[in-house]
Design a protein. Sequence first.
Lengths: 165, 663
Amino acid sequence: MRTGRWAAILGAVLCLAAAGDPADRLHNPTQEARARSLFRETRCLVCQGESIDDSDAPLAADLRRVIRQHVASGASEGEVRAFLAARYGDFVLFRPRLTWTNALLWGAPFLVALAGLALLIGRPRTAPMADLSPDEEARLLALTRPSDNMTPELSSKNAPGLTET
Amino acid sequence: MTAELGSFALILAFCASLAQVGLSFAGRVRRDATLTSCGEGAALAAFAAIAIGFATLIWAFVTSDFSVANVAANSHTEKPMIYKIAGAWGSHEGSMLLWCFMLTGYGAAIALARALPWALKSLTVGVQGALGVLFIGYMVFASNPLLRVLDPPVEGRSLNPLLQDPALAAHPPFLYAGYVGLSVVFSLALAALIEGRVDSAWARWIRPWTLAAWSLLTVGITLGSFWAYYELGWGGWWFWDPVENASLMPWLMATALLHSSVVTEKRGALASWTAFLAIGAFTLSMLGAFLVRSGVLTSVHAFAVDPKRGIILLGVLGVAAGSGFSLFAWRAPRLKDTQVFAPISRESALVVNNVILAAVTSTVLVGTLWPLLLETVGRQGGVGGPYYNLVVGPLMAVAFIVLPAGPLLAWKRGDARGAAQRLAAAAAVALIAAVTVYALVSPTRAMGAVGVAFGVWLVAGALTEAAGRLRVGRASLAENARRFVALPRGAWGMTLAHLGLGVFIMGVAFETSWRVEAAQVMPVGGTMTLGAYRLRLDGVTVMPGANYDAEQATITITDRAGRLACLARPARRTYDVGGATTSRVALCPHGLDDLYTVIGERRAAGRQSTWLVRSFVNPWIHLVFLGPLLMALGGAISLSDRRLRLAVGRKAVARLPRLAPAE
């Protein structure tokens, strides 16, 4: 009984240690490829931002084994992801699923792009007419007198209709 | 004694920065050139004092003065000299000192700059001083690298072995020079907003600083990426890790700024947007500095993590960015932007570039902060590489399609058909390249072929534009050569940067689509197949190193014909201090490819020892690193443009304080 238990523990440890090894690979190459792509999308929870595909940690090896089992038994990618998320939380997935919570995450980049494009398209196409106050008219006259050189003040004011030469 | 001198110098630098703020702003308000000159003097003094403090820290590392807490925690007498010196910025405190060194260095550079008008310059020096007060204050009060310990240990605890690499000597200085270089642009933007004048002249003044910071940041990120490539042993070079994202965000923002400031400079348009980017770029630099050090996000590159002080850094970030954006919100609506341009014009192309870069930046920002955002609503979650690839890929694809057309379009109203005609050849070349790659490179990968098409399109587009500028085929060779010399360097810099982007994209397409990987546990004499290559583990020897023992494997790699392709010597190092192990990747350059070999730990299987050997063929990986270096070189060439240097000549007029009201 006692030796049996030790053998079981030893077996489990060996199994864990060997999980990262190439020997664990599934025989069916398409299934193995699917498992590998899932590994790359799964976070190693005890590591610092590694995927379980990269990690040497025992937990990563454990997860690789579980995913391979699921894939071998014919589970789809979505099913495996759902299983992982249910068991470890969404944190485990490097590619978050499309849920309402994640709407901002998936939507923000495209919102920014669309807003930018809308601003670009909505720009006024014609320059607004210059409406100068009498004071400004006087300054303009003073500044455009031929004896005056262009000063930075003038070029930088960007008075509408003035800089278009 | 030197450490006390250094501490004193740091406090002095803090005081000098305070004086820099006070004198510069007071001088501007009272229109007193003497006061602002004193402010500039204070900026030089702050830099000199920080340099002294930095020198004393390096000296403490060089002499292994373990009575200094930071040295005791991060150094060791047996560490090679290069890591003793580089170790000075390998810790939280030391890296902040490097940051402050750069910050005051740039402050001194502005103080010495002669091209800026007096009013703008005095305010810029003042704002830069305020940043100095914040960061030097943080360092002096919360993160002093020169504090002594009461009971000095006989030996230090040594530096994290992962950091003991020649790259530590080069990567952080470049990266920080880039990050902090953006502080100048930040200060110039705030100064211009206070002055109420963000115009084409201002856009010209920020250009050299943006170019310098952007080029240095590009080099810094590339070095870091290469370091991760050979240090982590995973065969990859970019992992969309929070720390990498932290460096990418300011880079994206600075890239957008480089392009929008062109519009502001040439056409006087987009002024407030350019100012926004100028503030945003350095804000993201500071955000990066906070994320990397606070430990709020998990990262493979985490170093110098200290959550307690992270909160203070967040405060520093909040004050700097908060006041920057508040000022922007207050002043920007007064900036007039009435320049018009047609939907097909160079302005529009540059706006598309900016919109996409802004969208990509927000992708990276939201993705990086997502775990924190979710935590605030009591959920857990995170994103990784697959998310970014999925979102950033299509966005950038749009930018890549538009990019070669941009420089061919005229300002205000461009000729779409003319640009399309000139780019027809480039498009044809890209299409042929894609089809060829799809047909010839096995296994067939559509995404890889598309990526190659984009890369070739960018390179061919850049060459088309350059050929047009030289009038190749439309003028004599002598005329071509004359134009080659006479054309402004800024234009050549742009061509080279766009070409570099194309080279980078080609590398990425090849590397991600056709990387071959193999892993096998093998004893000495074992063999394994890696794509077209064969690996044989010839032997493993134990070799002593400077402060570690290495288990080094000799692996013969032969190609299909049986010729020797490479003698790889990957190793595992076990460091004497702390017993940490690191793996040393063996890289065999082979044309544009790398044969990449890693050896795992020794495993005892019965009487025989075995090792896990992982190996990769990374096709065209060299282009991934060459491309960004070309981009940085383009930035440097652009920086040497006569038009930017000519601004220096106007100093005599520009320096005189203007007594007339500026508003």
